[in-house]
Design a protein. Structure first.
Length: 147
């Protein structure tokens, strides 16, 4: 199994029913920062997601870090990073300064996604579709607008 196939399997474990997940969600796991998911685009064969943590900066702003944009190819059953922005706390934007080419940066971003998905699963994160009439205090997913 290659990296992109493996990331699909990991994402499928993190978000078991991607079609049923709302446009925004938060997964909470004890001892871990809240993991935020946003569905940016849904198409017939692809879904584009944003996956991030939010941290409070000393100046009161919220910083999304890391901030991954991920494309899921449903027909191929693969996942790839489209963009990986790391701000401050997990700063790793030095890759371009290290003389790495675009292909190496893309590979590193997808390896990072693999490790982050594995870590998130070990921490107990999971996005599940909210059941109609379900108790929102026990659901792992809730609207970001209610935070």
């Amino acid at each position: 199994m290659d990296l992109y196939d493996g990331n699909y399997v990991l994402l499928e474990r993190l978000v078991p029913d991607l079609d049923a997940v709302g446009p925004v969600g938060v997964s909470r796991a004890a001892g871990s920062p809240d993991l935020h998911l946003r569905v940016l685009e849904r198409c017939r064969y692809t879904t584009t997601l944003s996956l991030t943590y939010y941290f409070d900066a000393p100046d009161g702003r919220e910083i999304a870090d890391p901030d991954l944009r991920i494309r899921v190819y449903h027909d191929l059953r693969v996942v790839e990073t489209m963009a990986c922005r790391r701000n401050g706390y997990l700063a790793a934007e030095l890759m371009a300064g290290e003389g790495k080419g675009a292909l190496d940066c893309r590979w590193d971003s997808n390896r990072f996604l693999e490790k982050w998905l594995e870590y998130s699963l070990v921490q107990g994160h999971c996005f599940r579709a909210r059941q109609p009439g379900g108790d929102p205090t026990t659901a792992r997913e809730e609207s970001l607008e209610t935070l």
